[in-house]
Design a protein around this ligand. Sequence first.
Ligand SMILES: Cc1cc2nc3c(=O)[nH]c(=O)nc-3n(C[C@H](O)[C@H](O)[C@H](O)COP(=O)(O)OP(=O)(O)OC[C@H]3O[C@@H](n4cnc5c(N)ncnc54)[C@H](O)[C@@H]3O)c2cc1C
Length: 323
Amino acid sequence: MTRSIAIIGAGLAGIAAARALIAAGLAPHLFDKGRAPGGRLATRRAEVDGAKLQWDHGAQYLRARGPGFAQALDDAGAAPWPDAERRVGVPGMSAVPRALAKGIPGSFGRHVGVISGEPGAWFLDHWDAAEAKPGAPLPASAPTRAGPFDAVLVTAPAPQAAELVGPIWPEAATRLDTIRYAPCWTVLASFAEQLPLPDTLRPKGDTIGWAARDSSKPGREAGAECWVIQAGPAFSRQHLEQPAAAVIPLLLAALASHSGAPLPAPRYAQAHRWRYSLLEQGLGAPCLWNPALRLGLAGDWCLEGRAEAAWDSGTAAAAALLA
Ligand SMILES: Cc1cc2nc3c(=O)[nH]c(=O)nc-3n(C[C@H](O)[C@H](O)[C@H](O)COP(=O)(O)OP(=O)(O)OC[C@H]3O[C@@H](n4cnc5c(N)ncnc54)[C@H](O)[C@@H]3O)c2cc1C
């Protein structure tokens, strides 16, 4: 019988693990609370006065240092931007995980709250993601139970992974407690006219950590003048619990300070708060795998706060499971 493996998290780490397991003849199943695969490789869309707008509000560009991720980016049709070394999904960043996850069985919009059972016969209890939130008590409604699974890989960000594995693998949860991420407030804005700014800005020691004319990426509506403005870690921490409405004008003003002139009022502005953005303190190992429990952990937090690290970690977890 084909061994069935549950993978919690369909970001790049989960997708890489699933692809490696399928290649080895196993049957992985992805579970994610998001509506589609991708995790922090994400694209937000909106329509304003008939104009179709979009922004990559998570990872901005992808850089492959090793052959595995380079091949994945080729497979996903990622295009160069803003230079030959860096690449983006077309028509949006989310096209990369969607292409790479094509054909992998998965359950989306499902929050996994409990792992139960025993090694070789694990079960997952999952709820509609609209009802359940990480860090909050589980919903009172009855969950859907999936399984049995021969093994489970958890590829959620470290704090969410710790909640899931803590009751069955407390030593791993202790190691997960040492992982630290910077938060990132991100403003998504669009203007009716072109701003007098270069396509990308990475000011040093500024409110803004990175800002980019997202609509200058390949395959986007070039005239849409869509901007992604990411606050640096210090600003994001200081304003973490503030409402989006308070953060948007501050980041727009910071962008204006780089243009030398007041900016026109945006025709659209939204903000997204990433609690777990770029990694500050990682694990220093490619993954965690417990052969006795048949339980593994992977994610960018194992190695580095970059998409390729997530890919490499997921690949390493699959290799450990198969060994
Ligand atoms: C604002 C921002 C900018 C960035 N910029 C760049 C960049 O320019 N270049 C770069 O290389 N990297 C960048 N990164 C980092 C990069 O996005 C990540 O390193 C990478 O996407 C992490 O992949 P992952 O699979 O480890 O985790 P994730 O992508 O976070 O995937 C984890 C998945 O687990 C799911 N999940 C969690 N808990 C549960 C649960 N209980 N049940 C079901 N599903 C669950 C989540 O929904 C999520 O989809 C950026 C990140 C952010 C946030």
